[in-house]
Design a protein around this ligand. Structure first.
Ligand code: GRF
Length: 203
């Protein structure tokens, strides 16, 4: 399967997926990595792995629609089977989401449907939650609202801060994101009318 990964920053999830492609856990190839930021460290990770990179800088566009059109065209140059959002910090237009319906995944650092949007770690602390976590979901038009495929949870302790939670959640992300991409590339995972099926069973 051909995969295009979109990033905005460090790209540690991208790295986990690169490593899982190299070890053949994932039966796929990353055709390109695209960033909206020229200084994203994930671009270096991609180049180190000999993966083609593109920067499509949102600041050069007047509207979200115009940006998303160019971004979608750039993705489609690679004709991917799967688009992976890995810390891509942009809200996507409905038109963009529709073009990749059923073949776009995102990772979000909360136990969805809790804490859609930003600052999830602090919000979990403020709410005095006992657990927190991370979700991988199919992308639909609703921000962080598409059907969840896989979650990992961690316990929140009295000593935790937003930073310690972020660090522990990252280690979970690096396990579950490659796993979900593996399932998708093995044709085990599908989305149909917002319903997710894994090995033929509805989740
Ligand atoms: C992750 O915490 C992910 O959940 C969120 O953005 C972060 C990306 O981290 N959507 P990295 O760039 O993969 O290191």
């Amino acid at each position: 399967k051909k995969i295009v990964v979109l990033i905005s920053g460090s790209g540690s999830n991208l790295q986990a997926i690169i490593d899982a492609c190299i070890s053949q856990q994932i039966n796929g190839v990353i055709s390109a990595v695209i960033s909206n930021k020229a200084d994203a460290y994930g671009l270096t990770r991609a180049q180190n792995a000999n993966i083609q990179t593109h920067v499509v800088d949102h600041k050069a566009f007047d509207s979200r629609e115009a940006y998303d059109k160019v971004l979608a065209d750039k993705i489609e140059l690679h004709n991917p089977d799967l688009v992976v959002l890995a810390g891509f910090m942009r809200i996507l237009t409905p038109e963009f989401v529709q073009r990749f319906a059923g073949k776009m995944l995102n990772i979000h650092p909360s136990l969805l449907p809790k804490y859609q949007g930003l600052n999830t770690h602090q919000r979990a602390l403020d709410a005095k939650d006992k657990e927190h976590g991370v979700s991988v979901h199919f992308v639909t038009e609703e921000l962080d609202g598409g059907p969840v495929v896989c979650q990992a949870a961690i316990e929140i302790t009295a000593e935790d801060t937003a930073d310690t939670l972020a660090a522990r959640i990252h280690t979970k992300e690096h396990i579950i994101y490659p796993l979900v991409v593996e399932w998708f590339c093995d044709n085990k995972l599908t989305m149909d009318n917002s319903l997710v099926f894994l090995n033929g069973e509805q989740l």
